[in-house]
Ligand binder design. Structure first.
Ligand code: AMP
Length: 277
């Protein structure tokens, strides 16, 4: 890592490059730290927008949590600084962009690619859970890919750092675990459920409980109304893993360690975590 940790950063320390994308709260640019030449993604957030949408708490949480995490599959937040009107986040640059876009462009992933991403996610989540961080908003839009095709979890705005069980409903509806739909207390088991949803979506191109309206999605989640379409071949080992993650009772879901030892992961995941083919 070539970014100095303790330095007081300012915009003049960076050369701004191409526009990378836009989120609800700001724009993201490729940038280079002038002294080291190190490429980063600079997220520019307008304070006015944070006021308007009462998003200060969300951003503060994102900054505190993400800057404390260092794992190959978690997007680094190197630093942040601000001026009168804007906040700047200095982020690790993920050159291959959103996993979501890749998934939409190819329809669905091969088993090898899907297993590699699921294993990367399981390792990253195990690291986060060890630090008592539950992400709670894992979805393809929050997953980025670096130059080597390695998966990076981004956007910790909905994450919590706590040992205790939580009650807040958050996350996108398709990825909600049953205990969150019911607004029951929940713990890190919600991220394991989401891993099952993502594994399905990687292999079939859509989340398993998708429905015409949100009420129907919630009903299907609560029933664990799981079907495997026959549009294309998916191995029985992959389906076995999905069935063992999409379990209503959170304590009965496979643990992250068990996921990494599951035969489908062992036989398919790329040990390097890189998928650049
Ligand atoms: P966000 O505001 O985080 O939703 O980011 C908006 C868009 O910018 C995303 O959809 C990505 O395409 C792009 N982007 C965000 N962060 C990065 C990053 N670290 N590296 C590369 N592209 C990024």
């Amino acid at each position: 890592m070539a970014i100095e940790e303790k330095k007081e950063w300012k915009l003049q320390d960076f050369e701004i490059g191409k526009f990378l994308g836009e989120g609800k709260f700001g724009k993201v640019y490729l940038a280079r730290e002038i002294e080291s030449g190190f490429p980063v993604a600079l997220k520019v957030i307008f304070k006015e927008k944070l006021d308007k949408y009462q998003f200060w708490e969300h951003l503060t949480r994102e900054i505190v949590i993400q800057s404390s995490l260092q794992h190959p599959n978690v997007l680094r937040l190197f630093a942040w600084f601000h001026d009168e009107t804007r906040i700047f986040l200095v982020l690790e640059y993920a050159a291959n962009g959103e996993l979501y876009k890749l998934l939409r462009s190819v329809g669905h992933f091969t088993e090898k690619r899907a297993a590699t991403y699921v294993a990367s996610l399981a390792r990253a989540l195990a690291y986060c859970h060890e630090k008592h961080v539950i992400h709670r908003d894992i979805k393809p839009e929050n997953l980025l890919l670096d130059l080597d095709g390695r998966l990076k979890i981004a956007d910790f705005g909905w994450a919590v750092q706590s040992n205790a069980k939580r009650h807040t409903m958050c996350g996108t509806i398709d990825y909600l675990a049953p205990e969150m739909v019911e607004k029951k207390a929940h713990d890190h088991g919600v991220d394991n459920w989401t891993l099952g949803i993502l594994c399905y979506e990687f292999l079939y191109g859509m989340p398993p409980f998708e429905a015409a309206d949100q009420y129907d999605t919630l009903r299907r989640i609560m029933k664990v109304d799981l079907h495997f379409p026959s549009t294309h071949y998916v191995s029985s080992e992959a389906k076995d893993l999905i069935c063992k993650l999409l379990v209503k009772e959170s304590s009965k879901r496979l643990s992250l360690k068990q996921i990494l030892r599951h035969p489908w992961i062992m036989n398919n995941a790329e040990p390097s975590g890189c998928c650049n083919y």
